[in-house]
Design a protein around this ligand. Sequence first.
Ligand code: NAD
Length: 356
Amino acid sequence: MDKFKEMKKFGHEQLVFIHDKTSGLKGVICIHDTTLGPALGGTRIWDYKNEDEAVYDVMRLARGMTYKNSAAGLNLGGGKAVIIGDASKIKSETLFRAFGRYVQSLNGRYITAEDVNTTTKDMDFVKMETDFVVGLEGKSGDPSPITALGAFHGIRATLQYKFKNEEIGKYSYAIQGVGKTGFYLMDYLIEAGAKKIYFTDINKTKVAAVKTKYPDAIYVEPDAIYSQDVDVFVPCALGGILNDKTIPLLKAKAVAGVANNVLEDEIAHSKLLKERKILYAPDFVINAGGVINVYHELHGYNKENVLNDIKKIYDRLLEIFKISDLENTDTQSAANIFAEQRIKQIHNVRGNYIIK
Ligand code: NAD
């Protein structure tokens, strides 16, 4: 992999290779773009097959965070870190503290948080060595209910744009995955009077928990969730689930949920949804509740301020849907335009000289 070529192609600012002799820490920190502020993104542990795979992944994820943070209206750039190895074997206090020291050495250009295979407890060790970590226990806490609330506002915006009416109770929903976020989202929808809810999960314990709490919710087998005759398909499980095979099965008129990387091919499948007149709420916009929540840790965490910011997901989605109509493009491309425009505009605003 020609790393400089790749950095030039996508505008990455910095790639940092880290190694610690004592703990065996081996990782890469990537800062994509800091126009809007320090690069924020979580630390993922993954057993990559080789170095190139790790570098490719961290660069892709860091760039994704630039778009997510910009579209969320935050004064943050995009970054990410990966630690290479089997999470069940390599985790230790020493490893996370060694990692924390490298984060500190970047002097605030990169702020880390938990991600796949890391927890808030791991971040407590990171915190012992750096000021630049968020999402800690006892601070912003579990992001799942806030992420679900953001998606709830996003569903309202999607209904408003699609049907010119956002009354949750008038519509039916098919929820894929009732884990940490899916279950909370179901709570919000049912509380708001959702007409009918179909749901699925591959985990029988989770299915049973939903059946106990909401006997009227209708369970369907995992493969059957796509073809339910509902208004909104709500993905809350894995990525890559909407593709050439599943999109033709959809009867829903809109897709809006919390799952990351819902579309197998971002642009091709966003276009396919548009062709089928299914309104797609871009994942990185509708699921930004978690990052908005941790962002507030940087400014003295206040729940009321967080909830106000979470509500803005509604307005942002409406703006993105409008861009998609004006530019006659799919909604994923419109979300990219929206994020890029904000970065460009703030960069220009900061171009004039003032004494700070
Ligand atoms: P989770 O693991 O708690 O829940 C996912 C659920 O999906 C599980 O119950 C799992 O059994 C189920 N599932 C997996 N494969 C399935 C399949 N093929 N069919 C049906 N169900 C299936 O995870 P979560 O935290 O709720 O996150 C869900 C999605 O939302 C992920 O894509 C995640 O990246 C994204 N997300 C989460 C947050 C957050 O705050 N937790 C923030 C942003 C994005």
